[in-house]
Each structure stands twice: as C-alpha cells, then as structure tokens.
Design a protein around this ligand. Structure first.
Ligand SMILES: [Zn+2]
Length: 282
C-alpha cells in the first residue's frame, strides 16, 4: 500500500500523549534511533531507515499503523488537508537548511512542483532578496508567483539560463535548489550558481550528474545533497503548518476520493495533472 505524505486521526493508541481523535501529521521515514547518525540528529541518513508507504503499508487506506514517535499533533481546527503537506514541507525546510539560505541571498529554484513551491514559500518567510523559479508548465509558473517567487521563467525556453542570469545582473545565485533532478537541470544549477555559492540537489529524476570539475574548483561552488528530513525539520514543519503557513498552497491542490487514485496516478504519468499535489480523501 503506497502513501507516505499523510495526515490522520488517532483511532487507537497505547500512548497517553496521543488521545483518541487527535489529528496528526506522520513522519513516514523511520529510523532506528540508536545509531551514530540518529543520535547526532541525522535520522534521515540512518542506514536502517525505512519508509511507510514503501517498506511497510502506507496511507492510501482507511487505516494505517504507525509508531507513536512518528506522530506530530496538529490543531483540529480548519481543514485536515494541510496536514498531508507537512511531510513535503519538512523536505523543503531541510533543503533550504542544506542551502544555508539567508535574507540577503539570491535564490533560484529549478522546478515548480510541490517541493519547489514549498522551498519558495520558506524562502519568502526567511526574506530572501530574490526568488527566481523555472518550470516548463505555465500553470506552475503562475502558481510560483502566487507562492512568492519574484520571477518565474519557462524552463523549456532556449535562453532560460540567460533570463535567470539577468535577474542577478550576471552575478549568479547564492543558492540554487534543483527540485527537478535531471541531468540537464543539475548542469543548469551549476551554471547559475555564483562564485562561492551553493547548489542543493533535491530532485531525483535522473541518476547521472554531469559537471565541470574545474568550474566547481575555480568558483568554489559547494554541492549539497538533500534527502527527506530530520525530526527537527518535521517538528518545525508541523509548527509552521499549525500557524497557517500551508493554507495558500492547499488552495492550489486538488482533492479526490481514494477511489479516484488510479485515474489520478495515470494523469500524473501522462503529465495531465497540473495541481501541485493531488490529495486523496479515504
Ligand atoms: Zn539510525
């Protein structure tokens, strides 16, 4: 059973801290909690990590069994849907942290799917000087602007790098987040980064990275992989979501019944789905 980005309500629990009816976001990347990586706060890198919805039954169902320590309480007021975006928000917060983004930075985000948009939202919260995004889909570029991007460019245009570069007057971006993860978007990210800047590799579309080693050395560019999230990032995502941080993005999502799941996946595979996230309601 798939489903690793989800919100739920406690129907049975051995933990006093999880009363029946409590609405929770669920941290779906499980770690052993005992190894050197877990104890140093890098649970996402635990060698024993497993994912709810991949290695054990996930949330495309009426009920799912999860460890109590994975449950993060959400307020019961307002819609539950935003809880389903806490998990991808945690991924985005972790990526922004990996990029060391701060208020005086110019940021480029390649890919305006949910992760890219959440990175933009967090960058706007931090107060990044510039948030330039690129995506081949017009609908997504429009959403990007509504979510706080200062400029959005067509990623399929021949001169997209020149357009992005013009935003920084040719100086390059302090941080580039590649939320797409293709061989070409990774190359693009390295072309766009300013001397001394940092590229965050977040998307996992292709395996291969083609890069000029000399370019990285001569420009002292840093490359940072970003995988999932830590408990710390998830806690912060829960708290931001509780404050209404995700409300605008939820408006852009499409709500469907669980029965419509197979059709929704077919649409995704055919590139027909434009909403940043499709949310299935069992
Ligand atoms: Zn561990």
């Amino acid at each position: 059973v798939l489903g690793h980005e989800f919100v739920g309500e406690v129907v049975t629990s051995m933990e006093e801290a999880l009363p029946l009816g409590q609405r929770v976001a669920v941290l779906s990347l499980l770690s052993d909690g005992t190894c050197r990586l877990c104890l140093s706060g890098n649970e996402n890198l635990c060698r024993s990590r497993t994912l709810i919805g991949a290695h054990r039954a996930g949330a495309f169902a009426e009920f799912v069994v999860v460890p109590a320590r994975s449950c993060y309480a959400l307020p019961s007021s307002g819609g539950a849907e935003m809880g389903a975006l806490v998990e991808p928000l945690a991924c985005a917060l972790h990526a922004v942290e990996r990029g060391g983004l701060s208020a005086d930075h110019r940021l480029a985000v390649l890919g305006a799917g949910a992760l890219g948009l959440l990175v933009a939202l967090e960058a706007r919260r931090i107060g990044a000087r510039t948030i330039a995004m690129s995506d081949p889909l017009l609908g997504r570029r429009e959403t990007a602007i509504r979510m706080g991007a200062t400029a959005a460019f067509d990623a399929s245009a021949q001169n997209v790098n020149a357009q992005l570069d013009a935003v920084t007057d040719g100086e390059g971006f302090d941080v580039v987040v590649d939320a797409f993860g293709s061989t070409s978007s990774r190359r693009q990210a390295l072309d766009l980064v300013a001397p001394g800047g940092r590229v965050v590799l977040l998307g996992l579309h292709d395996d291969v990275l083609e890069a000029s080693g000399a370019n990285i050395v001569l420009n002292e560019a840093s490359l940072a992989g970003s995988f999932a999230y830590t408990h710390r990032a998830f806690a912060r995502a829960t708290s931001l979501a509780s404050e209404g941080f995700l409300d605008a993005l939820v408006e852009e999502c499409e709500l469907l019944s669980l029965n419509e799941g197979p059709t929704a996946f077919a649409d995704l595979a055919n590139g027909r789905a434009t909403a940043p996230r499709l949310i299935l309601m069992p």
